[in-house]
Design a protein around this ligand. Structure first.
Ligand code: BTN
Length: 329
């Protein structure tokens, strides 16, 4: 058994038993390793920030876990079939999307995820930066969706549904989706999703879906101009969220929804997306390189494009662009 897997199993047993003890002997027997080897893994876990008490004749007890998105911890809780096949974790990277792309080009399997505690060059949609201070959740997933590039938007919509549902269920806050893939809480942005692809002739070679969640950060951690339009879970809830719980919930939701997408059940996902979307029925201004267009967002087509109907009756469908919610129609 590899070191990370052994440590993941030890943590799982300690967590199940907490606040009680687990003897070194039973850990050794369950894992098929010697007691000194158990001790070595426990020492390594301690240096990773776990507080583990050791008492002669009683064994080990988990006192606290570090506030880090530790792969072995995530792996030991995760019940997924594809997402999380491999987990890489960094303290800081430029962009997890960039790292995931490099890994995918080197053959990383579908479901590989790259997590960072901070990003120094986080990327947002439309070439914008994504400010990524410690306390947020920043990760990217490698997917092989077998779709033509024009249908890649399906992966993004699917991810938005998964993330929104996981946040509703885990953090118990009301969230809505703003077209195409922002997740809002109380009208302000809480989550951003950026899907990038490496395409072959007529299909997506692989896609990298990057997700940034403003979790345990403060609004003042972000540059002044963006503070009015964003929010964080900590500021909404008035307390910190267990980031590992939330990440595991998001990954499990994505695993289920992505499986449905692969089974050709996109229509179902689009219906759920529409139910969660606060853009439809709202007066919007859409800005694209060609200019701006105002009207009521009247629907979303099967390809994910947003239909906007102007007061003149003119209708346009947008596949990309920046949408501003003006006021409810
Ligand atoms: C947006 O502009 O709304 C999309 C933001 C996406 C941010 C995430 S954070 C993890 C991943 N790595 C990046 O550089 N960007 C995405």
């Amino acid at each position: 058994m590899s070191g990370p897997r052994a440590r993941g199993n030890i943590l799982k047993r300690l967590r199940e038993a907490a606040p009680g003890f687990v003897s070194g002997e039973s850990l050794g027997t369950e894992l098929g390793i010697s007691r000194p080897a158990v001790w070595k893994h426990v020492s390594r876990l301690r240096s990773d920030g776990y507080q583990i008490e050791a008492v002669p004749r009683r064994g080990y007890r988990l006192v606290s876990s570090p506030d880090l998105l530790v792969p072995q911890e995530i792996q030991s809780r995760l019940r997924t079939s594809v997402i999380g096949a491999k987990i890489r974790h960094f303290d800081v990277v430029g962009s997890t999307n960039e790292v995931a792309r490099d890994l995918a080009l080197k053959g990383a399997p579908e479901g590989t995820i790259v997590i960072a505690e901070k990003q120094s060059a986080g990327r947002g949609r439309l070439g914008r930066p994504w400010v990524s201070p410690a306390g947020g959740i920043y990760f990217s997933v490698v997917l092989h969706p077998a779709l033509p590039p024009t249908e890649l938007v399906r992966v993004t919509l699917c991810t938005a549904v998964s993330v929104a549902r996981a946040i509703r269920e885990t953090a118990e806050v009301a969230v809505a989706i703003k077209w195409p893939n922002d997740i809002l809480c109380r009208g302000r942005k809480l989550v951003g999703i950026l899907t990038e692809m490496v395409a072959e002739a007529d299909s997506v070679g692989f896609a990298v879906v990057g997700i940034g969640i403003n979790a345990n950060t403060a609004v003042t951690d972000y540059p002044a101009p963006s503070r009015l339009s964003l929010t964080t879970l900590a500021s909404v809830l008035g307390r910190a969220t267990d980031r590992t719980d939330l990440l595991v919930a998001v990954l499990e939701a994505l695993d289920r929804d992505y499986a449905r997408l692969k089974q050709g059940r996109f229509a179902e996902i689009l219906d759920e997306w529409k139910q969660m979307c606060s853009t439809i029925g709202t007066n919007v201004r859409v800005s694209t390189v060609e200019g701006t267009f105002e009207g009521i967002a009247t629907g979303v087509n099967a390809d994910g494009s947003l239909v906007v109907t102007a007061s003149s009756g003119e209708k346009r469908a947008f596949r990309s662009g920046e949408v501003e919610h003006l006021r409810s129609a």
